[in-house]
Design a protein around this ligand. Structure first.
Ligand SMILES: [Zn+2]
Length: 251
């Protein structure tokens, strides 16, 4: 844990950073602001976004970088992977410094992060080839921003395998990747497939209530995709089928 947290828990009395000496070593300092990692970020982030990148709270900072892969990166790519790799390596390097291990250079940390990123992409491609599924792809798990004036709705459904109770939820974001709304709902007893469809319905209901009519729905469930796109209603329970038919007919 960071030195600030150690002091808060009364197991240390010095909250300063052992690398640069700043008085308060909290998590944002370790991962973003410390001179030991700041240079790495400065090499990666768009020059006109540097102030925004270093100016947000730690929670917003992590969420923005993992959900909007184009805001800070100078070119489209796998920013979420690279960002996560740098965080991991910065944390590891800080811990090594605490235990007296000499720090690697920032250039080396950046090269390591880029190598991790390539290895993860390679593993992802191999997995795709192994399952030979056109919908299970890197594109299906990577978030791309919708066009201007549109909302992208990411939905998901889940089912407790022992009790059978299902729930659904989702998140709506605009073309800047900013959060617009989220929702969650307990459904009752149903299949995962139906929980995913309820997620689509609840998400569309929420967007409609907010007056949003330009919506892109994103799901990682191929059955749901086929049912809605190919209009295969027979597998859908009648009550849910009526709800979906009604909301999909709106314009
Ligand atoms: Zn520091």
């Amino acid at each position: 844990m960071t030195n600030t947290e150690r002091v808060r828990q009364h197991i240390a009395n010095d909250s300063s950073c052992m690398i640069c000496g700043v008085a308060v070593e909290d998590i944002s300092h370790v991962l973003r602001d410390c001179m030991a990692v700041r240079g790495v970020w400065l090499q990666l982030v768009k020059t006109d976004m540097v102030a925004d990148f270093f100016g947000s709270s730690i929670n917003d900072w992590i969420l923005e970088n993992l959900s909007d892969t184009q805001r800070f990166a100078p070119c489209q790519g796998d920013w979420d992977l690279l960002f996560g790799s740098v965080l991991w390596l910065a944390w590891k390097r800080r811990n090594a410094a605490v235990f007296g291990v000499a720090s690697d250079s920032q250039e080396f940390l950046l090269q390591q992060a880029q190598r991790h990123c390539r290895e993860m992409l390679l593993a992802s491609v191999r997995q795709e080839q192994a399952v030979a599924s056109p919908l299970v792809s890197r594109a299906a798990v990577k978030w791309w921003r919708p066009p201007s004036d549109w909302i992208k709705l990411n939905v998901d459904g889940a089912r407790n395998t022992s009790k059978g109770f299902a729930s659904c939820g989702g998140l709506g974001r605009d073309s800047n990747g900013h959060w617009r709304f989220s929702f969650s709902k307990k459904i009752g007893t149903c299949s995962v497939f139906e929980a995913e469809l309820w997620a689509v319905y609840e998400g569309l209901s929420t967007t409609w209530t907010l007056g949003v009519t330009k919506v892109i729905v994103e799901t990682d469930n191929r059955e749901v995709y086929n049912s809605l796109l190919l209009r295969e209603p027979s597998r859908i329970a009648s009550s849910l089928r009526c709800h979906l038919a009604e909301i999909l007919s709106r314009n």
